[in-house]
Structure formats: structure tokens, C-alpha cells
Design a binder for this molecule. Structure first.
Ligand code: IPD
Ligand code: CA
Ligand code: CA
Length: 264
């Protein structure tokens, strides 16, 4: 890994872990609110405080860099570097005391993801990757699974917050198709950890609609560096703004596209 990426990675790991400690502290008396009128789309004090903490750390260390965060949006400045962050992925889970949530931070340089960290403080698991240098869970190198066929795979997905729209119906069809063609489908409520689990060979495939850059940026790099693949649902190359994605261990990718996301 080059020196520059090592500096960025060290900073990202340190900041994600500190944000994790802050979240755990806030969870003792967390307050929950709704985003707009949607009673399913929550935001908590932990989300807001975590994002404030991470952006302050970025601004102090890299004042010229752009920042795109879920809760406070994008900074105005121009830079070849942009930090993309989800202060808590799995907000619904923390609101219910479920431990499956993560701090998700990625760094883009000129459209390329160069660093990705997914830190799950309650699980004591931290995934990281930097471009060309492999993917790691708690500093141990990870690889995607060797599962060759969809029929022998374990999958994961998530569902859009809007439960009335056409995409929700399609997501339900995908879920059905996946149940008919695999060993099973998990739905644990944090896309970032789903992607990290896939990179760790605990899952073989993942698909979901309406994702945002802060959900997927670290995961794309972690999966690719672990030997997996992430594409749009038609199989084309993703960029960081891809919303509807399929991720896999590479081997079952075409089958997921053909039998799950195309058949609906
Ligand atoms: C959500 C989680 C969930 C996924 C949603 C995301 P949030 O992020 O990743 O698993 O199904 O699409 O929006 O709101 O908890 O940060
Ligand atoms: Ca998220
Ligand atoms: Ca979030």
C-alpha cells in the first residue's frame, strides 16, 4: 500500500472506532425521531452525534477534502478527495437494541474508492480495505466464499423504506425468487454489514434496491478486494451512486441476476 493510502486508512480506522465508542455511550439514553412523515424511517441522536464527530475529525485532518454524509449532506468545496460516510448503518436496529449496526466510512479519489472501513462496535468486528491491498476483518485477511451455485448459497437483502411503491413489490418478488433458489435469505437491517459479511464468506450473495453511496462505498471496495463482485442489477459496472445492486462471490453472480433480479 502506498504511504498516502496508509495515512488515510489509519485515520479512517481510528475515527470509525472512536465514533463507535461514542455511539455505544449514547445508546444508554438514545433519543429516536422520524425523518419527515415516514414512521419507518428513523434518525436517532447517535446518528447525528456520530456524523458530527466524524466530519469534525475529517475537517481537522483534511480541511480541503469534500464530505458526503447521510445526515448533513455534502460540503460545497471542490477536491479530488471525497469522504462518504454513514454515521450509523442500521438505525432501526439501534433504536430496538439490536447489535447489528456499523459506522461506515469510505474515501474516493477521482471517482475511485481508495479506502473503506465498516466498523460494527457491538459485534467487535472491523472490516477494512484499501485499493490493491486486500480486505481484512480485525486485521486478518478475508476472501469471498467458494460456493459455485445459487442453489447452495446463503443470501442477504434489505427492503426500501417506502413500503407502498412499485419497488417494494419488486423487492418482495426478488425475496421470493431468492427463497426458491437458495439455502435461504437473511434480512438483518444493515447493508454495510451484509456487504462485509459477504466479503468474509459468511454470505454468498446480496441484492437490494434504493441504496445510497454511504451504504455501499466501503462495501464495494471490501468485497472487490476480497475477490468478489458488485454490479448494477443488469450486470453493468457500478459507480458510487448506484442504487440497485447485486453483490456476490463472483461465481454465482450471473445466476443471481438471471434467477432473482430479472425474474420478477
Ligand atoms: C439502511 C440499512 C438497511 C437497508 C436500507 C438502508 P440506515 O440504512 O442499511 O439494511 O435495507 O436500505 O437505508 O437507514 O440504517 O442507515
Ligand atoms: Ca445506511
Ligand atoms: Ca444511517
Amino acid at each position: 500500500m502506498n504511504n498516502q493510502n496508509q495515512v488515510f486508512l489509519d485515520f479512517t480506522l481510528k475515527t470509525a472506532k472512536k465514533a463507535g465508542e461514542l455511539i455505544i455511550k449514547i445508546l444508554e439514553s438514545n433519543t429516536v425521531n422520524f425523518k419527515g412523515d415516514d414512521q419507518n424511517n428513523l434518525v436517532t441522536q447517535a446518528d447525528l452525534e456520530s456524523e458530527k464527530f466524524i466530519t469534525a475529525a475529517i475537517k481537522e485532518n483534511f480541511p480541503d477534502h469534500q464530505i458526503l454524509g447521510e445526515e448533513y449532506g455534502k460540503t460545497e468545496n471542490q477536491s479530488e478527495f471525497m469522504w462518504v460516510l454513514d454515521p450509523v448503518d442500521g438505525t432501526n436496529n439501534i433504536a430496538h437494541g439490536h447489535p447489528y449496526f456499523a459506522v461506515n466510512i469510505g474515501l474516493i479519489q477521482n471517482e475511485e474508492i481508495i479506502v473503506g472501513v465498516t466498523h460494527a462496535p457491538k459485534l467487535n468486528e472491523t472490516w477494512h480495505a484499501s485499493k490493491g491491498a486486500g480486505a481484512f476483518l480485525n486485521d486478518k485477511q478475508i476472501k469471498v466464499s467458494k460456493t459455485k451455485t445459487l442453489s447452495k448459497s446463503l443470501l442477504s437483502t434489505g427492503f426500501p423504506y417506502d413500503r407502498k411503491g412499485e419497488l417494494y413489490e419488486k423487492a418482495m418478488n426478488h425475496y421470493h425468487n431468492a427463497m426458491q433458489n437458495s439455502h435461504g435469505v437473511r434480512r438483518q437491517g444493515a447493508a454495510a454489514i451484509d456487504m462485509a459479511y459477504l466479503a468474509t464468506s459468511r454470505l454468498d450473495g446480496f441484492f437490494e434496491f434504493t441504496l445510497k453511496p454511504w451504504d455501499i462505498v466501503p462495501g464495494i471496495l471490501i468485497i472487490e478486494e476480497a475477490g468478489g463482485k458488485v454490479t448494477n442489477m443488469d450486470g453493468s459496472k457500478v459507480d458510487i451512486y448506484a442504487e440497485n445492486i447485486v453483490a456476490s462471490n463472483n461465481k454465482i453472480h450471473e445466476e443471481i441476476i438471471e434467477k432473482i433480479v430479472t425474474e420478477c
